[in-house]
Design a protein around this ligand. Structure first.
Ligand SMILES: [Zn+2]
Length: 324
């Protein structure tokens, strides 16, 4: 029996990353093209070209799975995407399926990445897990009973957007004190510049050439790796902000593993240790329960294509099983 293979596409604001992926989660072939995000016609043409190229090397592909940043409904239409203007009430699944002639599924990029980590990555073997990406914002996928939590409309797991501090900073979505505004990678830089403004972060300020506005999260990491106590203090406070959101989510969803993705995991335990310590200090019944592990995500930038391809293959399998 030949191995089942499918195409996964990860559509971002700057590029379309495509891959042929086996049912075992191996990436067999990759292709990468710039994503023309201004109109759907141009983006659809780029998607079609990617699929044609990938199919050339693996004619037996069964399906196309797409992961894209944005609000993806249960029918695979994308209602809105902050970085891709082509996605405005766009019938992505139906149009791609018609253009390429393969069964197609579409889900949010964070959901497909979470599915990949649960099937083949940091949370492999878990039926209940969360994958949280601390980047420009906070993205997340929640796996419940082995399936991606999608909600009534497909818009569930917008994990960055719940309030953790009514007096906190404004969020990109317009609300106040959302977790994303306090614990994203962007928020780390904001916290660092505020600390330097108060005269509390001389180490990172020196690395930034003495200009407060030039301080980034990377400067904090670099100073902390050198042992600077003032940088470790900022990281501890940031870890507390990350943990407060994780505690709320873990109390609600009871994950076996929480995998963290984003630049900070490149520093190993530098950030994860304070996050774990604050988390265990606040999760309900910490002494009387199995403690969810907090681990780095392992699939990196390929999580999106792997998860998208596998979701589509799994969907095809359940459709064909249902028709027998
Ligand atoms: Zn928000």
């Amino acid at each position: 029996m030949t191995e089942r293979v499918g195409i996964g596409l990860d559509i971002g604001g700057t590029k379309v990353l495509g891959a042929v992926v086996s049912a075992q989660g191996e990436v067999l072939t990759e292709c990468r093209v710039p994503s023309p995000t201004s109109t759907w016609a141009h983006l659809l043409a780029a998607i079609e070209a990617s699929v044609t190229e990938l199919r050339g090397s693996h004619p037996g592909v069964e399906s196309v799975g797409i992961g894209a940043a944005g609000m993806v409904d249960l029918d695979g239409s994308i209602h809105y995407s902050p970085n891709v203007p082509a996605f405005r009430s766009t019938r992505v699944r139906a149009d791609v399926e018609a253009a390429v002639g393969l069964p197609t599924t579409v889900d949010n990029d964070a959901n497909v990445a979470a599915y990949a980590e649960v099937r083949f990555g940091a949370a492999a073997g878990m039926t209940d897990a969360m994958v949280i990406t601390l980047g420009t914002g906070i993205g997340g996928g929640i796996i419940v009973g082995g399936a991606v939590l999608r909600g009534a409309n497909g818009f569930a797991a917008e994990v960055g957007h719940f309030q953790v501090d009514p007096n906190g900073p404004p969020c990109a979505c317009g609300e106040i004190g959302h977790w994303e505004a306090m614990a994203s990678g962007t928020a780390l830089g904001v916290m660092a510049r505020a600390a330097a403004e108060r005269g509390e972060l001389a180490s990172a300020l020196a690395l930034a050439g003495g200009a407060v506005e030039a301080i980034t999260g990377q400067h904090v990491s670099e100073a902390a790796r050198g042992g600077a106590a003032d940088a470790l203090t900022v990281i501890d406070a940031y870890g507390g902000n990350v943990a407060v959101g994780l505690v709320g989510l873990a109390n609600i969803f009871d994950p076996g593993v929480i995998a963290i993705a984003g630049g900070i995991v490149n520093d190993g335990d530098l950030y994860l240790e304070p996050i774990r310590r604050h988390f265990l200090g606040h999760i309900e019944g910490a002494s009387y329960r199995p403690r969810p592990e907090i681990v780095p995500a392992t699939l990196g930038e390929r999580a999106g294509v792997i998860g998208a391809a596998i979701l589509a293959l799994d969907h095809q399998r359940s459709v064909s099983a249902g028709s027998q």
